[in-house]
Design a protein. Structure first.
Length: 302
């Protein structure tokens, strides 16, 4: 059987209608080739084992498993990341958070930042920042702290940091949000903030309200992702509530926090910030995604 035969009437063969793009990505993965190979070599004959594996993966896809988990990779900010069921699949909207963080670093060349990524998952945020920072900063002495509550997620993040050769620039810490940072703050940032020094915190924490996942096409993939990466209490803001309460425990440090939120959570987040910090202490900016929804908040605390 050739590649052309495998693809011919695939929907009828498998008895299910799905995206041809998924089919091509899965076939290319099984053949260990890129997608172009499929179009340029329709006469190529996959082995029996390859065809068997292809159909097995297609069956998992039909049940709703995201393609990224089937092939073990996902592109984010132009880079390839390893993913498995223990980490959230990096989302394109999170690229805005990376973009803004790089912009801050670029626009403040004299500042000395200590970067902290909370809920690092696959490590996509700190790795994308480090891989792009050379464009703005010659000083590569920058060290990033990356925290996650899940040991399994940290294993994936560490693998990704090696894959992208930045393992020496990221210190991975297991723990609950800022707790491991607060505990070690004397070593992380020995002197309290001067005008030149600042903690720059990125956080894409879970923000979905607790709920049962339905079989709707836009939701079914969530069933395969870790619950701790997705859900955060009734209003989805539990993790951010905890974060802003923790931030009060490091009062002597100037901090900028960039956090991704759900598109209806701006007011909820504002309430949390006001509960913990006065207007005098805070400067707030909100940014929309490509669809015009507010998805990113920048909070400057002095
Ligand atoms: C929405 S995922 C984001 C993963 C990654 N930063 C990204 O953008 O793809 C949230 C991550 O936060 C982690 N997490 C959840 N609660 C946490 C907590 N209390 N402390 C540290 N990490 C937490 C989860 O394990 C998960 O990896």
């Amino acid at each position: 059987m050739t590649i052309a035969d495998v693809l011919l009437n695939i929907e009828e063969k498998i008895g299910y209608k799905f995206s041809m793009l998924d089919v091509e990505v899965i076939l290319a993965f099984v053949l260990r080739k890129d997608k172009i190979f499929i179009f340029t070599h329709p006469e190529n004959k996959p082995t029996y084992d390859q065809i068997k594996k292809f159909y097995a993966l297609l069956r998992r896809r039909i049940k709703g498993e995201p393609v990224a988990y089937l092939i073990g990779h996902k592109k984010f900010y132009g880079l390839d990341f390893l993913v498995n069921k223990n980490v959230l699949i990096p989302r394109p909207e999170t690229e805005l958070l990376v973009e803004k963080t790089l912009e801050i670093i670029k626009n403040n060349p004299a500042k000395k930042y200590t970067l902290i990524d909370l809920g690092t998952g696959s490590g996509c945020i700190p790795i994308a920042i480090l891989k792009n920072i050379q464009k703005y900063k010659n000083d590569l002495g920058l060290l990033i702290y990356a925290v996650d509550i899940s040991n399994q997620a940290l294993k994936v993040a560490k693998k990704n940091s090696k894959l992208h050769k930045v393992e020496k620039k990221i210190k991975f810490l297991k723990g609950d949000l800022l707790r491991p940072i607060i505990k070690n703050i004397k070593y992380i940032r020995p002197s309290p903030t001067t005008n030149n020094e600042e903690l720059l915190i990125t956080a894409n924490l879970p923000y979905l309200p607790d709920k049962k996942i339905t079989a709707r096409p836009e939701e079914i993939g969530l069933k395969f992702e870790p619950k701790t990466a997705l859900f955060a209490g009734k209003d989805g803001l539990k993790a951010y509530q905890q974060l802003f309460a923790q931030l009060k425990k490091i009062p002597n440090y100037k901090k900028t926090i960039l956090c991704e939120i759900g598109f209806q959570q701006k007011n909820g987040l504002l309430k949390i910030i006001r509960r913990n910090f006065s207007t005098r202490q805070t400067k707030l900016s909100f940014y929309p995604d490509l669809a015009g929804h507010t998805r990113l908040a920048m909070i400057e605390l002095s």
